[in-house]
Ligand binder design. Structure first.
Ligand SMILES: *[C@@H]1O[C@H](CO)[C@@H](O)[C@H](O)[C@H]1NC(C)=O
Ligand SMILES: *[C@@H]1O[C@H](CO)[C@@H](O)[C@H](O)[C@H]1NC(C)=O
Ligand SMILES: *[C@@H]1O[C@H](CO)[C@@H](O)[C@H](O)[C@H]1NC(C)=O
Ligand SMILES: *[C@@H]1O[C@H](CO)[C@@H](O)[C@H](O)[C@H]1NC(C)=O
Ligand SMILES: *[C@@H]1O[C@H](CO)[C@@H](O)[C@H](O)[C@H]1NC(C)=O
Ligand SMILES: *[C@@H]1O[C@H](CO)[C@@H](O)[C@H](O)[C@H]1NC(C)=O
Length: 476
Protein backbone atom coordinates (compact mmCIF):
# COMPACT_ATOMS: atom_id res chain seq x y z
CA UNK A 1 0.00 0.00 0.00
CA UNK A 2 1.09 3.53 -0.74
CA UNK A 3 2.67 5.02 2.34
CA UNK A 4 1.51 8.48 1.46
CA UNK A 5 -2.04 7.16 1.38
CA UNK A 6 -1.67 5.79 4.89
CA UNK A 7 -0.34 9.00 6.28
CA UNK A 8 -3.27 10.90 4.98
CA UNK A 9 -5.77 8.34 6.23
CA UNK A 10 -4.33 8.43 9.74
CA UNK A 11 -4.43 12.20 9.83
CA UNK A 12 -7.95 12.13 8.57
CA UNK A 13 -9.22 9.55 11.03
CA UNK A 14 -8.04 11.83 13.77
CA UNK A 15 -9.64 14.77 12.06
CA UNK A 16 -12.98 13.08 11.44
CA UNK A 17 -13.28 11.71 14.94
CA UNK A 18 -12.53 15.11 16.42
CA UNK A 19 -14.62 17.19 14.07
CA UNK A 20 -17.29 14.84 12.88
CA UNK A 21 -19.22 17.60 11.21
CA UNK A 22 -16.33 19.07 9.27
CA UNK A 23 -16.45 18.25 5.59
CA UNK A 24 -13.43 16.34 4.38
CA UNK A 25 -11.25 17.43 1.53
CA UNK A 26 -12.08 16.08 -1.90
CA UNK A 27 -9.37 13.48 -2.01
CA UNK A 28 -9.89 9.82 -2.89
CA UNK A 29 -8.00 8.91 0.27
CA UNK A 30 -10.56 10.79 2.36
CA UNK A 31 -13.36 9.03 0.55
CA UNK A 32 -11.72 5.66 1.25
CA UNK A 33 -11.62 6.67 4.92
CA UNK A 34 -15.36 7.28 4.81
CA UNK A 35 -15.85 3.88 3.18
CA UNK A 36 -13.87 2.30 6.03
CA UNK A 37 -16.15 3.99 8.53
CA UNK A 38 -19.21 2.63 6.77
CA UNK A 39 -17.61 -0.83 6.77
CA UNK A 40 -16.96 -0.60 10.48
CA UNK A 41 -20.65 0.05 11.07
CA UNK A 42 -21.90 -2.91 9.04
CA UNK A 43 -21.66 -6.43 10.47
CA UNK A 44 -19.66 -8.59 8.06
CA UNK A 45 -19.10 -5.47 5.92
CA UNK A 46 -20.04 -7.31 2.73
CA UNK A 47 -19.06 -5.03 -0.18
CA UNK A 48 -22.57 -5.11 -1.66
CA UNK A 49 -24.10 -4.01 1.65
CA UNK A 50 -21.49 -1.29 2.03
CA UNK A 51 -22.18 -0.08 -1.50
CA UNK A 52 -25.92 -0.05 -0.86
CA UNK A 53 -25.40 1.98 2.32
CA UNK A 54 -23.22 4.43 0.41
CA UNK A 55 -25.88 4.62 -2.26
CA UNK A 56 -28.56 5.26 0.34
CA UNK A 57 -26.48 8.00 1.97
CA UNK A 58 -25.82 9.62 -1.40
CA UNK A 59 -29.42 9.28 -2.56
CA UNK A 60 -28.49 7.26 -5.63
CA UNK A 61 -31.71 5.36 -5.80
CA UNK A 62 -33.77 6.51 -8.75
CA UNK A 63 -35.89 4.16 -10.84
CA UNK A 64 -33.16 3.63 -13.44
CA UNK A 65 -30.59 2.59 -10.85
CA UNK A 66 -33.11 0.45 -9.00
CA UNK A 67 -33.91 -1.34 -12.22
CA UNK A 68 -30.38 -2.76 -12.27
CA UNK A 69 -29.23 -2.69 -8.66
CA UNK A 70 -32.37 -2.91 -6.58
CA UNK A 71 -33.68 -0.60 -3.92
CA UNK A 72 -31.25 1.11 -1.56
CA UNK A 73 -34.03 2.47 0.62
CA UNK A 74 -35.57 1.38 3.87
CA UNK A 75 -34.12 -2.16 4.06
CA UNK A 76 -30.53 -0.93 3.81
CA UNK A 77 -28.42 -0.11 6.88
CA UNK A 78 -28.20 3.62 7.47
CA UNK A 79 -24.93 5.28 8.42
CA UNK A 80 -24.79 7.97 11.10
CA UNK A 81 -26.13 11.34 9.98
CA UNK A 82 -22.79 13.22 9.94
CA UNK A 83 -21.07 10.56 7.90
CA UNK A 84 -24.11 10.28 5.68
CA UNK A 85 -24.04 14.02 5.01
CA UNK A 86 -20.32 13.90 4.17
CA UNK A 87 -20.83 10.99 1.79
CA UNK A 88 -23.72 12.71 0.12
CA UNK A 89 -21.63 15.86 -0.41
CA UNK A 90 -18.74 13.82 -1.79
CA UNK A 91 -20.77 11.69 -4.17
CA UNK A 92 -23.63 13.77 -5.58
CA UNK A 93 -22.72 15.06 -8.98
CA UNK A 94 -23.55 18.52 -10.23
CA UNK A 95 -21.96 21.48 -11.93
CA UNK A 96 -22.66 24.83 -10.28
CA UNK A 97 -23.21 28.11 -12.05
CA UNK A 98 -19.57 29.07 -11.38
CA UNK A 99 -18.48 25.93 -13.27
CA UNK A 100 -17.47 24.10 -10.08
CA UNK A 101 -17.92 20.36 -10.52
CA UNK A 102 -19.14 18.54 -7.42
CA UNK A 103 -19.23 14.80 -6.73
CA UNK A 104 -15.65 14.34 -7.90
CA UNK A 105 -12.44 13.52 -6.03
CA UNK A 106 -8.75 13.91 -6.77
CA UNK A 107 -6.94 10.56 -6.90
CA UNK A 108 -3.30 10.12 -5.81
CA UNK A 109 -2.19 9.80 -9.45
CA UNK A 110 -3.36 13.33 -10.25
CA UNK A 111 -6.54 12.50 -12.17
CA UNK A 112 -10.03 13.37 -11.02
CA UNK A 113 -12.94 10.92 -10.95
CA UNK A 114 -16.68 11.27 -10.40
CA UNK A 115 -17.76 8.91 -7.64
CA UNK A 116 -21.30 8.11 -8.82
CA UNK A 117 -20.41 6.07 -11.92
CA UNK A 118 -17.55 4.42 -10.03
CA UNK A 119 -19.81 3.24 -7.20
CA UNK A 120 -22.54 2.06 -9.56
CA UNK A 121 -20.04 0.08 -11.65
CA UNK A 122 -18.62 -1.52 -8.51
CA UNK A 123 -22.01 -2.54 -7.20
CA UNK A 124 -23.03 -3.98 -10.57
CA UNK A 125 -19.76 -5.93 -10.65
CA UNK A 126 -20.16 -7.32 -7.15
CA UNK A 127 -23.72 -8.36 -8.00
CA UNK A 128 -22.79 -10.13 -11.21
CA UNK A 129 -23.52 -13.84 -11.22
CA UNK A 130 -21.71 -14.76 -14.39
CA UNK A 131 -18.02 -14.35 -15.02
CA UNK A 132 -17.32 -11.83 -17.77
CA UNK A 133 -20.78 -10.33 -17.90
CA UNK A 134 -22.19 -7.56 -15.74
CA UNK A 135 -25.80 -6.54 -16.21
CA UNK A 136 -26.25 -2.84 -16.88
CA UNK A 137 -22.55 -2.05 -16.47
CA UNK A 138 -22.08 0.43 -19.30
CA UNK A 139 -25.55 1.88 -18.84
CA UNK A 140 -24.93 2.63 -15.17
CA UNK A 141 -21.42 3.99 -15.56
CA UNK A 142 -21.13 5.81 -18.86
CA UNK A 143 -24.56 6.05 -20.43
CA UNK A 144 -26.78 6.88 -17.48
CA UNK A 145 -26.51 10.64 -17.80
CA UNK A 146 -26.92 10.74 -21.54
CA UNK A 147 -30.69 10.87 -21.44
CA UNK A 148 -30.55 14.63 -21.83
CA UNK A 149 -31.54 16.26 -25.02
CA UNK A 150 -28.83 15.32 -27.49
CA UNK A 151 -30.24 17.67 -30.06
CA UNK A 152 -29.68 20.77 -27.97
CA UNK A 153 -26.33 19.72 -26.61
CA UNK A 154 -24.95 18.46 -29.89
CA UNK A 155 -24.92 22.01 -31.22
CA UNK A 156 -21.88 22.49 -29.00
CA UNK A 157 -18.57 21.93 -30.73
CA UNK A 158 -17.43 19.45 -28.09
CA UNK A 159 -19.66 16.68 -26.81
CA UNK A 160 -17.31 15.48 -24.10
CA UNK A 161 -15.23 17.12 -21.41
CA UNK A 162 -13.85 19.39 -20.22
CA UNK A 163 -11.28 18.59 -17.56
CA UNK A 164 -10.76 21.01 -14.70
CA UNK A 165 -8.37 22.36 -12.09
CA UNK A 166 -8.31 21.96 -8.31
CA UNK A 167 -7.94 24.96 -6.03
CA UNK A 168 -5.25 23.16 -4.03
CA UNK A 169 -3.62 19.81 -4.74
CA UNK A 170 -2.68 18.93 -1.15
CA UNK A 171 -6.00 19.94 0.28
CA UNK A 172 -8.46 19.92 -2.62
CA UNK A 173 -11.86 21.54 -2.06
CA UNK A 174 -13.08 23.07 -5.30
CA UNK A 175 -12.74 21.64 -8.79
CA UNK A 176 -13.39 24.20 -11.50
CA UNK A 177 -14.08 23.19 -15.09
CA UNK A 178 -12.04 24.93 -17.75
CA UNK A 179 -14.97 25.41 -20.06
CA UNK A 180 -18.73 24.86 -20.25
CA UNK A 181 -19.65 21.29 -19.33
CA UNK A 182 -20.62 19.10 -22.28
CA UNK A 183 -22.62 15.86 -22.05
CA UNK A 184 -20.10 14.16 -19.81
CA UNK A 185 -17.15 15.83 -18.11
CA UNK A 186 -13.70 14.24 -18.08
CA UNK A 187 -14.14 13.33 -14.40
CA UNK A 188 -17.41 11.56 -15.20
CA UNK A 189 -15.70 9.68 -18.00
CA UNK A 190 -12.76 8.74 -15.73
CA UNK A 191 -15.14 7.52 -13.02
CA UNK A 192 -17.21 5.67 -15.62
CA UNK A 193 -14.16 3.97 -17.11
CA UNK A 194 -12.96 2.91 -13.66
CA UNK A 195 -16.47 1.63 -12.91
CA UNK A 196 -16.44 -0.46 -16.09
CA UNK A 197 -12.91 -1.80 -15.59
CA UNK A 198 -13.46 -2.71 -11.93
CA UNK A 199 -17.02 -3.93 -12.51
CA UNK A 200 -15.76 -6.35 -15.17
CA UNK A 201 -12.94 -7.56 -12.94
CA UNK A 202 -15.41 -8.18 -10.11
CA UNK A 203 -17.62 -10.38 -12.26
CA UNK A 204 -15.06 -13.09 -11.50
CA UNK A 205 -16.50 -13.93 -8.13
CA UNK A 206 -13.55 -16.07 -7.10
CA UNK A 207 -11.33 -13.06 -7.19
CA UNK A 208 -13.56 -10.64 -5.35
CA UNK A 209 -11.88 -8.82 -2.48
CA UNK A 210 -13.44 -9.06 0.94
CA UNK A 211 -13.47 -5.33 1.55
CA UNK A 212 -14.42 -2.48 -0.70
CA UNK A 213 -11.90 -0.15 0.98
CA UNK A 214 -9.07 -2.61 0.17
CA UNK A 215 -10.10 -2.75 -3.46
CA UNK A 216 -10.18 1.05 -3.73
CA UNK A 217 -6.83 1.35 -1.96
CA UNK A 218 -5.13 -1.16 -4.23
CA UNK A 219 -6.57 0.44 -7.34
CA UNK A 220 -5.96 4.10 -6.51
CA UNK A 221 -3.05 4.05 -4.06
CA UNK A 222 -0.68 1.54 -5.62
CA UNK A 223 2.90 2.71 -5.11
CA UNK A 224 5.23 2.08 -8.05
CA UNK A 225 8.55 0.41 -7.33
CA UNK A 226 11.86 1.99 -8.23
CA UNK A 227 13.37 -0.06 -11.02
CA UNK A 228 10.32 -1.62 -12.63
CA UNK A 229 7.81 1.23 -12.28
CA UNK A 230 4.77 0.79 -14.50
CA UNK A 231 6.41 -2.16 -16.24
CA UNK A 232 5.89 -4.33 -13.17
CA UNK A 233 2.71 -2.70 -11.82
CA UNK A 234 -0.39 -4.89 -11.46
CA UNK A 235 -2.97 -4.75 -14.23
CA UNK A 236 -5.74 -3.33 -12.08
CA UNK A 237 -4.48 0.11 -11.13
CA UNK A 238 -6.05 3.44 -11.89
CA UNK A 239 -2.98 4.56 -13.83
CA UNK A 240 -3.87 1.96 -16.44
CA UNK A 241 -7.44 3.28 -16.82
CA UNK A 242 -7.28 3.93 -20.54
CA UNK A 243 -5.31 0.85 -21.54
CA UNK A 244 -7.61 -1.43 -19.55
CA UNK A 245 -10.67 0.19 -20.99
CA UNK A 246 -9.27 -0.06 -24.51
CA UNK A 247 -8.73 -3.77 -23.99
CA UNK A 248 -12.11 -4.49 -22.43
CA UNK A 249 -14.64 -2.50 -24.36
CA UNK A 250 -15.50 -2.57 -28.00
CA UNK A 251 -16.62 0.77 -29.37
CA UNK A 252 -19.55 -0.58 -31.39
CA UNK A 253 -20.89 -2.38 -28.32
CA UNK A 254 -20.48 0.80 -26.33
CA UNK A 255 -22.55 2.77 -28.86
CA UNK A 256 -25.35 0.21 -28.70
CA UNK A 257 -25.34 0.33 -24.92
CA UNK A 258 -25.66 4.11 -24.91
CA UNK A 259 -28.73 4.00 -27.15
CA UNK A 260 -30.15 1.19 -25.04
CA UNK A 261 -29.60 3.18 -21.86
CA UNK A 262 -31.62 6.10 -23.20
CA UNK A 263 -34.43 3.73 -24.19
CA UNK A 264 -34.29 2.10 -20.79
CA UNK A 265 -34.50 5.47 -19.06
CA UNK A 266 -37.64 6.32 -20.95
CA UNK A 267 -39.22 2.99 -20.14
CA UNK A 268 -38.36 3.33 -16.48
CA UNK A 269 -39.73 6.86 -16.36
CA UNK A 270 -42.92 5.76 -18.07
CA UNK A 271 -42.26 7.85 -21.18
CA UNK A 272 -43.39 6.80 -24.61
CA UNK A 273 -40.98 5.01 -26.92
CA UNK A 274 -38.77 7.16 -29.10
CA UNK A 275 -40.12 8.00 -32.51
CA UNK A 276 -38.08 6.74 -35.43
CA UNK A 277 -36.84 10.21 -36.26
CA UNK A 278 -35.81 10.84 -32.68
CA UNK A 279 -34.00 7.54 -32.47
CA UNK A 280 -32.14 8.26 -35.69
CA UNK A 281 -31.03 11.61 -34.28
CA UNK A 282 -29.91 9.93 -31.11
CA UNK A 283 -27.93 7.31 -33.00
CA UNK A 284 -26.26 9.99 -35.09
CA UNK A 285 -25.35 11.96 -31.97
CA UNK A 286 -24.00 8.83 -30.31
CA UNK A 287 -21.88 8.05 -33.37
CA UNK A 288 -20.49 11.57 -33.29
CA UNK A 289 -19.91 11.41 -29.55
CA UNK A 290 -18.23 8.04 -29.84
CA UNK A 291 -15.75 9.36 -32.41
CA UNK A 292 -14.82 12.10 -29.98
CA UNK A 293 -14.70 9.64 -27.08
CA UNK A 294 -12.31 7.32 -28.90
CA UNK A 295 -10.05 10.16 -30.00
CA UNK A 296 -9.89 11.95 -26.66
CA UNK A 297 -10.03 9.14 -24.13
CA UNK A 298 -8.92 5.96 -25.88
CA UNK A 299 -6.37 6.94 -28.53
CA UNK A 300 -4.77 9.84 -26.68
CA UNK A 301 -2.56 9.18 -23.65
CA UNK A 302 -3.54 10.68 -20.32
CA UNK A 303 -1.91 14.11 -20.06
CA UNK A 304 -1.65 15.96 -16.75
CA UNK A 305 -2.59 19.58 -17.51
CA UNK A 306 -0.48 22.57 -16.47
CA UNK A 307 -2.79 23.64 -13.67
CA UNK A 308 -2.40 20.23 -12.02
CA UNK A 309 1.40 20.29 -11.82
CA UNK A 310 1.37 23.87 -10.61
CA UNK A 311 2.75 25.63 -13.68
CA UNK A 312 3.52 29.31 -13.52
CA UNK A 313 1.90 31.37 -16.27
CA UNK A 314 3.57 31.78 -19.64
CA UNK A 315 5.60 34.99 -19.67
CA UNK A 316 4.38 37.30 -22.39
CA UNK A 317 2.40 36.16 -25.39
CA UNK A 318 2.82 32.66 -26.81
CA UNK A 319 3.45 32.14 -30.52
CA UNK A 320 0.88 29.84 -32.06
CA UNK A 321 2.12 26.87 -34.04
CA UNK A 322 0.82 26.42 -37.53
CA UNK A 323 -0.59 22.88 -37.61
CA UNK A 324 -0.10 20.14 -38.62
CA UNK A 325 3.62 19.94 -37.88
CA UNK A 326 6.17 17.71 -39.64
CA UNK A 327 8.45 16.71 -36.75
CA UNK A 328 8.56 15.23 -33.31
CA UNK A 329 11.89 15.71 -31.51
CA UNK A 330 12.80 13.34 -28.69
CA UNK A 331 14.73 14.61 -25.66
CA UNK A 332 15.74 13.49 -22.21
CA UNK A 333 15.84 15.96 -19.36
CA UNK A 334 19.27 14.82 -18.10
CA UNK A 335 18.51 16.93 -15.01
CA UNK A 336 16.36 15.75 -13.24
CA UNK A 337 18.39 12.60 -13.77
CA UNK A 338 16.10 10.05 -12.18
CA UNK A 339 12.72 8.86 -13.43
CA UNK A 340 9.78 10.12 -11.35
CA UNK A 341 7.22 7.57 -10.15
CA UNK A 342 4.58 9.67 -8.44
CA UNK A 343 2.36 12.57 -9.37
CA UNK A 344 3.97 14.65 -6.59
CA UNK A 345 7.52 13.99 -7.76
CA UNK A 346 6.83 14.40 -11.48
CA UNK A 347 4.99 17.66 -10.75
CA UNK A 348 7.92 18.88 -8.68
CA UNK A 349 10.26 18.03 -11.58
CA UNK A 350 8.03 19.95 -13.97
CA UNK A 351 8.07 22.99 -11.72
CA UNK A 352 11.82 22.89 -11.26
CA UNK A 353 12.41 22.63 -15.01
CA UNK A 354 10.03 25.50 -15.65
CA UNK A 355 11.81 27.60 -13.02
CA UNK A 356 15.16 26.80 -14.60
CA UNK A 357 13.97 27.58 -18.13
CA UNK A 358 12.28 30.81 -17.11
CA UNK A 359 14.66 32.17 -14.48
CA UNK A 360 18.07 30.88 -15.59
CA UNK A 361 17.63 30.51 -19.31
CA UNK A 362 15.34 33.50 -19.62
CA UNK A 363 12.74 31.67 -21.70
CA UNK A 364 9.03 32.44 -21.58
CA UNK A 365 8.05 29.02 -20.26
CA UNK A 366 9.20 25.42 -19.84
CA UNK A 367 10.77 24.62 -23.21
CA UNK A 368 9.21 21.22 -24.00
CA UNK A 369 5.83 20.64 -25.60
CA UNK A 370 5.22 17.50 -23.51
CA UNK A 371 7.16 15.61 -20.88
CA UNK A 372 6.94 11.90 -20.09
CA UNK A 373 7.03 10.89 -16.43
CA UNK A 374 7.50 7.28 -15.36
CA UNK A 375 4.31 7.40 -13.33
CA UNK A 376 2.07 6.36 -16.22
CA UNK A 377 1.37 9.91 -17.40
CA UNK A 378 2.52 12.59 -19.77
CA UNK A 379 2.70 16.16 -18.54
CA UNK A 380 1.62 19.18 -20.54
CA UNK A 381 4.43 21.63 -21.20
CA UNK A 382 3.66 24.19 -23.88
CA UNK A 383 1.10 21.78 -25.24
CA UNK A 384 -0.38 21.35 -28.69
CA UNK A 385 -0.79 24.94 -29.78
CA UNK A 386 2.10 27.02 -28.37
CA UNK A 387 5.49 26.99 -29.99
CA UNK A 388 8.15 25.52 -27.70
CA UNK A 389 11.84 26.18 -27.02
CA UNK A 390 13.34 22.72 -27.26
CA UNK A 391 15.21 22.19 -30.51
CA UNK A 392 17.15 25.24 -31.63
CA UNK A 393 16.24 26.30 -35.13
CA UNK A 394 13.34 23.83 -35.38
CA UNK A 395 10.83 24.94 -32.80
CA UNK A 396 8.26 26.11 -35.30
CA UNK A 397 8.21 22.82 -37.22
CA UNK A 398 7.99 20.20 -34.47
CA UNK A 399 6.90 19.18 -31.01
CA UNK A 400 9.60 18.59 -28.40
CA UNK A 401 8.87 15.62 -26.15
CA UNK A 402 11.18 14.89 -23.25
CA UNK A 403 11.57 11.91 -20.92
CA UNK A 404 12.31 12.80 -17.31
CA UNK A 405 15.63 11.16 -16.43
CA UNK A 406 19.11 10.61 -17.87
CA UNK A 407 19.06 7.97 -20.59
CA UNK A 408 22.72 7.81 -21.49
CA UNK A 409 23.10 4.23 -20.34
CA UNK A 410 19.61 3.02 -19.47
CA UNK A 411 16.15 3.31 -20.99
CA UNK A 412 12.89 4.81 -19.76
CA UNK A 413 10.23 2.25 -18.82
CA UNK A 414 8.64 0.40 -21.73
CA UNK A 415 5.36 1.87 -20.53
CA UNK A 416 6.40 5.51 -20.77
CA UNK A 417 8.07 4.90 -24.14
CA UNK A 418 4.81 3.33 -25.34
CA UNK A 419 2.89 6.42 -24.28
CA UNK A 420 5.05 8.61 -26.54
CA UNK A 421 5.81 6.24 -29.39
CA UNK A 422 2.28 4.92 -29.83
CA UNK A 423 -0.34 6.96 -28.02
CA UNK A 424 1.01 10.49 -28.25
CA UNK A 425 1.96 10.02 -31.90
CA UNK A 426 -1.44 8.58 -32.95
CA UNK A 427 -3.23 11.16 -30.87
CA UNK A 428 -1.32 13.95 -32.60
CA UNK A 429 -1.91 12.56 -36.09
CA UNK A 430 -5.62 11.81 -35.48
CA UNK A 431 -6.11 15.23 -33.97
CA UNK A 432 -4.56 17.00 -36.95
CA UNK A 433 -1.53 18.22 -34.98
CA UNK A 434 1.13 16.15 -36.74
CA UNK A 435 1.22 15.17 -40.41
CA UNK A 436 0.53 11.49 -41.00
CA UNK A 437 4.04 11.13 -42.46
CA UNK A 438 5.79 13.14 -39.75
CA UNK A 439 9.46 12.52 -38.99
CA UNK A 440 10.69 11.56 -35.55
CA UNK A 441 14.22 12.63 -34.63
CA UNK A 442 16.49 12.72 -31.64
CA UNK A 443 17.53 16.18 -30.45
CA UNK A 444 21.17 15.34 -31.37
CA UNK A 445 20.30 14.91 -35.05
CA UNK A 446 19.74 18.63 -35.42
CA UNK A 447 21.71 20.23 -32.59
CA UNK A 448 25.23 19.51 -31.31
CA UNK A 449 24.19 17.77 -28.09
CA UNK A 450 24.28 14.31 -26.51
CA UNK A 451 20.50 14.54 -25.86
CA UNK A 452 18.45 12.27 -25.71
CA UNK A 453 21.29 10.10 -24.31
CA UNK A 454 23.05 7.24 -26.13
CA UNK A 455 20.73 4.49 -24.91
CA UNK A 456 17.51 6.32 -25.72
CA UNK A 457 18.87 7.50 -29.06
CA UNK A 458 19.73 3.92 -30.06
CA UNK A 459 16.23 2.90 -29.04
CA UNK A 460 14.32 5.51 -31.04
CA UNK A 461 16.29 4.66 -34.19
CA UNK A 462 14.03 1.60 -34.33
CA UNK A 463 10.77 3.54 -33.92
CA UNK A 464 8.30 4.06 -36.71
CA UNK A 465 8.67 7.53 -38.29
CA UNK A 466 12.31 7.75 -37.26
CA UNK A 467 14.10 9.62 -39.98
CA UNK A 468 17.19 11.54 -40.94
CA UNK A 469 15.43 13.97 -43.24
CA UNK A 470 16.63 17.45 -42.51
CA UNK A 471 14.87 20.65 -43.24
CA UNK A 472 16.29 24.07 -43.85
CA UNK A 473 16.89 25.93 -40.62
CA UNK A 474 14.16 28.14 -39.33
CA UNK A 475 14.93 31.20 -37.35
CA UNK A 476 13.43 30.12 -34.04
C1 LIG B 1 -32.75 11.41 -16.89
O1 LIG B 1 -32.58 10.48 -15.83
C2 LIG B 1 -32.79 10.97 -14.55
C3 LIG B 1 -32.53 9.86 -13.57
O2 LIG B 1 -31.31 9.24 -13.81
C4 LIG B 1 -34.20 11.51 -14.41
O3 LIG B 1 -34.35 12.10 -13.13
C5 LIG B 1 -34.44 12.56 -15.49
O4 LIG B 1 -35.78 12.96 -15.44
C6 LIG B 1 -34.14 12.00 -16.87
N1 LIG B 1 -34.25 13.05 -17.85
C7 LIG B 1 -34.85 12.91 -19.03
C8 LIG B 1 -34.89 14.10 -19.92
O5 LIG B 1 -35.35 11.85 -19.40
C1 LIG C 1 -2.91 24.04 0.14
O1 LIG C 1 -3.41 23.63 1.38
C2 LIG C 1 -2.40 23.36 2.35
C3 LIG C 1 -3.08 22.76 3.56
O2 LIG C 1 -4.22 23.47 3.92
C4 LIG C 1 -1.65 24.64 2.65
O3 LIG C 1 -0.64 24.39 3.58
C5 LIG C 1 -1.02 25.16 1.35
O4 LIG C 1 -0.41 26.39 1.57
C6 LIG C 1 -2.09 25.31 0.27
N1 LIG C 1 -1.42 25.60 -0.98
C7 LIG C 1 -1.78 26.59 -1.76
C8 LIG C 1 -1.01 26.73 -3.05
O5 LIG C 1 -2.67 27.37 -1.48
C1 LIG D 1 -13.25 -15.57 -15.28
O1 LIG D 1 -12.88 -15.01 -16.53
C2 LIG D 1 -11.54 -14.61 -16.61
C3 LIG D 1 -11.34 -13.90 -17.94
O2 LIG D 1 -12.13 -14.43 -18.94
C4 LIG D 1 -10.62 -15.81 -16.44
O3 LIG D 1 -9.28 -15.40 -16.51
C5 LIG D 1 -10.90 -16.44 -15.09
O4 LIG D 1 -10.13 -17.60 -14.92
C6 LIG D 1 -12.38 -16.79 -14.96
N1 LIG D 1 -12.63 -17.25 -13.61
C7 LIG D 1 -13.30 -18.35 -13.35
C8 LIG D 1 -13.47 -18.72 -11.90
O5 LIG D 1 -13.78 -19.06 -14.20
C1 LIG E 1 -3.32 32.02 -30.92
O1 LIG E 1 -4.46 31.19 -30.81
C2 LIG E 1 -5.40 31.62 -29.87
C3 LIG E 1 -6.55 30.63 -29.83
O2 LIG E 1 -6.15 29.36 -30.15
C4 LIG E 1 -5.93 32.99 -30.21
O3 LIG E 1 -6.81 33.43 -29.21
C5 LIG E 1 -4.75 33.95 -30.32
O4 LIG E 1 -5.20 35.20 -30.76
C6 LIG E 1 -3.72 33.42 -31.30
N1 LIG E 1 -2.55 34.30 -31.27
C7 LIG E 1 -2.02 34.82 -32.36
C8 LIG E 1 -0.83 35.68 -32.14
O5 LIG E 1 -2.46 34.58 -33.46
C1 LIG F 1 4.12 14.14 -46.42
O1 LIG F 1 2.85 14.27 -47.01
C2 LIG F 1 2.64 15.49 -47.67
C3 LIG F 1 1.23 15.49 -48.20
O2 LIG F 1 0.33 15.29 -47.17
C4 LIG F 1 3.65 15.67 -48.78
O3 LIG F 1 3.46 16.96 -49.37
C5 LIG F 1 5.04 15.57 -48.21
O4 LIG F 1 5.99 15.62 -49.26
C6 LIG F 1 5.21 14.27 -47.45
N1 LIG F 1 6.51 14.28 -46.82
C7 LIG F 1 7.30 13.23 -46.81
C8 LIG F 1 8.57 13.36 -46.07
O5 LIG F 1 7.01 12.19 -47.38
C1 LIG G 1 30.00 19.98 -30.40
O1 LIG G 1 30.20 20.27 -29.01
C2 LIG G 1 31.40 19.75 -28.51
C3 LIG G 1 31.47 19.99 -26.99
O2 LIG G 1 30.42 20.76 -26.55
C4 LIG G 1 32.58 20.42 -29.21
O3 LIG G 1 33.80 19.89 -28.73
C5 LIG G 1 32.44 20.18 -30.72
O4 LIG G 1 33.46 20.88 -31.41
C6 LIG G 1 31.09 20.61 -31.22
N1 LIG G 1 30.93 20.20 -32.61
C7 LIG G 1 30.52 21.03 -33.54
C8 LIG G 1 30.41 20.45 -34.92
O5 LIG G 1 30.22 22.18 -33.32
Amino acid sequence: MDRSCWRQILVLLLFVSTYAEASFSRHMEDFITAVKQVEDGIPGSEPVSVLKSLRRAAGLNDAFIQHFLGDAGSGVPEVNPDLSASISRAVRHRVTEDAAEEGVVLTPDGTTVALTPLLLGLEAGFMSTSNGSVRGLVQLTLAKDLNLSFRIRSRQKQLLGPDGCWDNITSPEVFTLRDRPALLTTAQINGGMDGVVLGMALSDRFRRPVKLSDLLTEYYCHLLETGGGMDVAPRLVGRRRRENFRELVEVSALSRQVVRAVEQQRRVLGRSKMEVREKKQLQAAVREGMREFVQKYIVCPPIIPRCMWGARPYRGTPTNLSLPLSFMFIHHTSTPGRPCLTFQKCSEDMRSMQRFHQDDRGWDDIGYSFVAGSDGFLYEGRGWTWQGAHTLGHNSVGYGVSFIGDYTSSLPSQHSMGLVRNQLASCAVDGGRLKANFTLQGHRQVVNTSCPGDALYEEIRGWEHFGVRTQERHTT
